[in-house]
Design a protein around this ligand. Structure first.
Ligand code: ADP
Ligand code: 5GP
Length: 205
């Protein structure tokens, strides 16, 4: 029963706490995290193959042409995309695969995998968001302004998401997401083979 993993999309404005919350979720081995490909330059401390696969624009375009990306999007001047192979393999092994991606990509995933669960993670207000972005101190003032403007647009797309999760405290946001995944696992839509298994000699295992 419940043998296929859930494809979990976590989006939210830059600075919402996605990376922090995902790190917390990953302490539980029922999750795995897809590492994206990007044309963005590495930030201090970011590691190739762990934070991202860092590529040139030409390399990124080749991946698109080869059909190697499940989705991709342009965000604040850089391309970002999800390698399809890793995600499909983990889902068939029964792991819940987390994609930490922005809204255009999330919408593409929902079209391709309607049973993906889309979560929009957000602080309580745009001013909390600005505080977090400034506190992280990884971007210039110019990039922060760009990302805050982008956030104003992104919140308008919240309605495309299945759930809105408040990241007031990291432990609250993490337990909310764990609760959603646990509930989704039992959705009748995901368990259409239940009656046949139930009626078989072996039953539901
Ligand atoms: P994102 O991945 O969404 O861009 P990060 O995980 O990098 O965001 O978080 C942005 C900043 O906010 C970091 O400095 C992080 O430590 C901080 N942060 C994350 N979650 C919370 C929270 N619930 N309360 C206060 N600060 C937080
Ligand atoms: P950052 O530059 O802060 O690492 O990421 C910028 C934005 O790109 C974030 O909203 C992040 O979630 C998103 N992102 C990261 N990887 C992917 C991806 O593979 N696809 C898409 N569509 N967005 C991504």
């Amino acid at each position: 029963m419940f043998d296929k993993g859930i494809l979990l999309i976590i989006s939210g404005p830059s600075g919402a706490g996605k990376g922090t919350v995902v790190k917390e979720l990953m302490k539980n081995d029922k999750y795995c995290l897809s590492v994206s490909v990007t044309t963005r330059k590495p930030r201090k401390g970011e590691i190739e193959g762990v934070s991202y696969y860092f590529k040139s624009e030409d390399e990124f375009k080749s991946l698109i042409d080869e059909g190697a990306l499940l989705e991709y999007a342009s965000f604040c001047g850089n391309y970002y995309g999800t390698p399809v192979k890793y995600v499909e393999e983990r889902l068939s092994e029964g792991k819940n695969a987390i994609l930490e991606i922005e809204v255009q990509g999330a919408i593409q995933v929902k079209e391709r995998y309607p049973d993906a669960v889309l979560i929009f993670l957000t602080p309580e207000s745009i001013s909390d968001l600005e505080d977090r972005l400034r506190g992280r101190a990884t971007e210039t003032d110019e990039v922060i302004a760009l990302r805050l403007n982008r956030a104003r647009e992104e919140v308008k797309l919240m309605e495309k998401y299945d759930y809105i999760v408040l990241n007031d405290l990291v432990r609250n946001a993490t337990s909310r997401i764990n609760g959603i995944v646990e509930t989704e696992k039992y959705a009748s839509e995901r368990n259409k083979d239940f009656p046949a298994k139930f009626l078989s000699e072996k039953g539901v295992d």
